[in-house]
Design a protein around this ligand. Structure first.
Ligand code: PLP
Length: 365
């Protein structure tokens, strides 16, 4: 109304963001429910103190120490020993990493594709980088439909292909052979980004797409410290790819985008990676029990390998969501109509959710 010359696609949009009212049981944004242990907090304080002593200076623009630590971590976590620091890039959350990737490989006159349901930020990266977004659908039961995906690649000739595995909101993993088929099909034409935000939650023995990096210079695999790493408040995401691809990301980043405080904090957490990740097995077990409990209540539940499940189906999911909220439990209304997503919390939070859900059903019947 003020006559601001805003781009129409921005004027028409709402800012992204899950509602986050202050309620006792927060199972809506897939955080790790456990705060960092005291040793880690002390380690952070020490490293941040050192960084603060030099805060008059700009930070290391190429975050050399952090890239090394991330390369070591990935090499161990994914059992891919040949990941080197020049294959790592980081930014303030993997959202920022993916946006930078789109700034390099998307753009006006170019197309990106994804496989929906998928992470709800992908269309926003496309909009923000003036890239055309042409997603296709997953198959029945949200399984990845390779034939359809390959047709979409042929039809749309994208320069960016975004695949989240484990997928958000279903938690489903796309098998490595499928990722390999996509990599073959896109070689020389597109960049294939595999978003492994929930990678650490995958079943032991399930290979990461990082295993394919050495073979495909157009493959990038992103990770984040926001989920399994229990570090959502710090904003640190990263990506691994061939050094040439990383070089282009360096070209588009803003100067000193990763503050000295962020670098110090992330390094401290990586000093204690084992401790930060120590609840993964427990969260995975609880996810299984949560899925069985929901199944026993008659819901259909996705076979998730992440720290959340998608369950349904609801005639009116909003009615259930609202009644849960009224009982102090927030989950997420996201993805296809008729489904709701709930994160795995502590034991007490998970039980509180199941109790509130049972009560909600009685009330709605
Ligand atoms: C949570 C999430 C991210 C992580 O975003 P950050 O910016 O690293 O916090 C990335 N991809 C998916 C699919 C997610 O669900």
């Amino acid at each position: 109304m003020s006559g601001l010359p805003v781009r129409p696609e921005i004027a028409a949009a709402e800012p992204y963001g899950a509602p986050h009212p202050d309620v006792p049981v927060r199972l809506n944004v897939n955080e790790n429910p456990y705060p960092p242990p005291p040793e880690v907090v002390d380690g952070i304080v020490q490293r941040v103190r050192q960084a603060a002593e030099q805060a008059n200076r700009y930070p290391d623009r190429d975050f050399t120490a952090l890239r090394s630590a991330l390369a070591d971590y990935l090499a161990r976590e994914a059992e891919v020993p040949d990941i080197t620091p020049d294959m790592i890039w980081a930014a303030n959350g993997s959202n920022e990493v993916m946006l930078q990737l789109m700034q390099v490989f998307g753009g006006p006159g170019r197309t990106a594709i994804g496989f929906e349901p998928a992470y709800s930020m992908y269309p926003e990266y496309a909009r923000n980088t003036f890239t055309t977004w042409r997603p296709t659908q997953r198959g029945p039961d949200f399984a990845f439909d390779l034939a359809r995906a390959l047709r979409q690649i042929e039809h749309e000739a994208p320069t960016v292909v975004l695949l989240d595995s484990p997928n958000n909101p279903t938690g489903l993993i796309t098998p490595l052979e499928t990722v390999e088929a996509l990599a073959e099909q896109t070689a020389g034409r597109a960049v294939l980004l595999v978003d492994e935000a929930y990678g650490e939650f995958r079943q032991p023995g399930t290979p990461s797409a990082l295993k394919l990096l050495a073979r495909y210079p157009h493959l990038a695999v992103s990770r984040t410290m926001s989920k399994a790493f229990a570090f959502a408040g710090v904003r640190l995401g990263y990506l691994a790819a061939a050094p040439e691809l990383i070089g282009y990301l360096r070209t588009v980043r803003l100067p000193y985008h990763l503050s000295a405080i962020t670098q110090a904090t992330a390094l401290a957490a990586l000093d204690y990676a084992g401790l930060m990740l120590s609840q993964i097995a427990e969260l995975r077990e609880r996810r299984k029990r949560l899925a069985s409990a929901l199944g026993a209540m008659g819901f259909t539940v996705t076979d998730s390998e992440a720290n959340f499940v998608l369950f349904g189906r609801f005639e009116d999911r909003h009615a259930t969501w609202r009644k849960l909220l009224a009982q102090g439990v927030i989950i997420r209304q996201v993805g296809p109509a008729g489904w709701l997503r709930v994160s795995v919390g502590t034991e007490a939070e998970t039980l509180a959710f199941l109790r509130a859900l049972a009560r909600t059903r009685e009330e709605l019947e």
